[in-house]
Design a binder for this molecule. Sequence first.
Ligand code: PXP
Length: 240
Amino acid sequence: MARLAVNVDHTATIRQSRENVSYPDPVAAAVLAELAGASGIVVHLREDRRHIQERDVKILREVVQTRLILEMAATPEMVGMALGIQPDVVTLVPEKREELTTEGGLDLVGHWETIAETVDTLQNSSIQVSIFIDPVQEQIKLAHKANASMIEIHTGTYCDAATPQKKKQEFAKITAAAKLARKLKLGINAGHGLSYNSITDFKGFNEIDEFSIGHSIISRAVLVGMERAVSEMLALIKGL
Ligand code: PXP
């Protein structure tokens, strides 16, 4: 069964929408997610600190019992932060200030030297590195060449596809990407935009080691509670 890593960023989005409140706390969300069976807790510390704050990552490092997965841009500031905090895994993502959420995978062709150097620095400090990439063969080969432990396949384009034909095309890219990554012995994660509906599209496709899911789980948690929201997603993953 694939693992579920729960991204708690949007707990912090709700908190940051009001000045001077300390609730809801993403640390509490993380504890509840773990109690419900999550295998990892994901946070994205963005340059603009729009949701997760440094304080959250530091406390999560103390509290998380499973694995702490830090999404970050490959910048000197963030590399320094990661070396200090020592998450279990760093997922390297592209970051633009003006985007609402991460808009696509990292382009390893365009950022080769920075990424290769960042992977090396972090893995030499015993932090496993995952690279968030589009399901494109060339990108996967470069992730392997950079010596990353794993990739995270960007599922956002698939989830946003408006027609059945486009969905089919995008899903075929994901399955081909996962097969190549498996051949290259990379760990295979997948995430972005996955919902309680789209997760079931992965039925019978057993190449994904871990799904990384945030927005849909936190949205459901607002209505039914964190533990139930995580358990319901886990039940769907178990049925794949
Ligand atoms: N994976 C990566 C690399 C992401 O940047 C995000 C969004 O922070 C996710 C997964 C989770 O996406 P969503 O919140 O749409 O489930």
